[in-house]
Design a protein around this ligand. Structure first.
Ligand code: DAK
Length: 255
């Protein structure tokens, strides 16, 4: 491994940073392997309540084209991307992608596997794949249409249109775009708000949004009510409601 990805865990918040600026943080196998390991670590660490992912200068300009150019179909299929991004998506804790500079191709797919996306106004986000003979292949054709609708997703994927962060915000492709110099601060503001919420409630909401997608509407609403009721078995619910009534700040234990 090349050690191009750092993790820093402070006050229950994990911050992952991709650091390969000489290649605009293009995701080579080593970086994806490192991310994969870190996602496992985070999953096993009950003290981590939030994950923020970003990159030095750029988020990531896609998978490493130099590593892929001569691949056979079998070799290309061995890249880990989809499994790693699925791991990220299925973490129980909220995840935020903080996008400055380029988030292209596999880089954008990494951001799409996060729950929330913050971007700089000038960020450049999109799928250039059809311009280089392929298509998005690590969740892009699946996650983007869910986020912004099929018609717009097809337009962006087919034409390879790269949007600025500001444009991406307008169509819901990122949650919020702010000037680059405010991006880290804004991410910390979101983190500070999220970290105060009940971990059990957040995890249940995240899982329910994912599961609702696989069910018909009636079954999804029934399951939601069941899981909502099950939250009354948690200390978080008791603490949250008591603290509200006692007009004090809740102290959640995530159980
Ligand atoms: N791969 C490798 N190197 C890259 C790169 C990339 N994706 N993007 C940038 N670089 C490198 C450049 O080669 C250059 O390195 P040197 O040539 O100096 O050694 C350095 O970063 C600076 O880039 P530029 O000189 O090109 O900088 P510019 O500002 O002129 O242009 C750019 C920036 C982002 C417009 C340009 O670099 C660019 O077009 N980059 C490629 C963007 C792209 O096409 N990304 C999508 C890649 S395809 C999988 C499924 C999916 C995928 C993988 C696996 N499985 C299911 C297994 C994902 C596929 C993709 O992401």
């Amino acid at each position: 491994m090349e050690n191009k990805v750092t993790i820093n865990i402070v006050d229950d918040i994990a911050r992952i940073e991709i650091n390969r600026p000489e290649a605009l943080n293009a995701l080579n196998r080593s970086i994806v392997d490192e991310l994969d390991e870190l996602f496992d670590q985070i999953k096993d660490n009950n003290d981590v309540r939030l994950l923020i992912i970003g990159g030095t200068k750029n988020f990531a300009a896609g998978a490493d084209i130099k590593q892929m150019v001569d691949c056979t179909a079998t070799e290309a299929g061995k890249f880990l991307f989809s499994g790693t991004f699925n791991k990220l998506e299925s973490l129980e804790i909220p995840t935020i992608a903080v996008i400055d500079g380029y988030a292209l191709g596999g880089g954008f797919e990494l951001a799409l596997a996060c729950d929330l996306r913050l971007a700089s106004i000038e960020a450049k986000i999109g799928f250039p794949e059809t311009g280089i003979g392929i298509m998005p292949g690590a969740g892009g054709t699946v996650r983007l249409p869910k986020l912004i609708g099929e018609g717009k997703a097809k337009e962006l994927i087919f034409l390879g249109t790269i949007l600025t962060g500001e444009e991406a915000e307008k169509i819901g492709m990122v949650n919020k775009a702010v000037p680059a110099e405010e991006l880290k601060e804004e991410a910390e503001r979101w983190a500070a708000k999220l970290i105060k919420k009940a971990p059990c409630g957040l995890a249940a909401a995240k899982r329910m949004v994912a599961d609702a997608d696989k069910l018909d509407k009636k079954s999804a609403i029934e399951l939601e009510a069941e899981r909502w009721a099950a939250l009354f078995n948690t200390d978080d619910q008791k603490e949250g409601m008591k603290a509200h009534l006692e007009k004090r700040k809740p102290v959640y234990l995530g159980r």
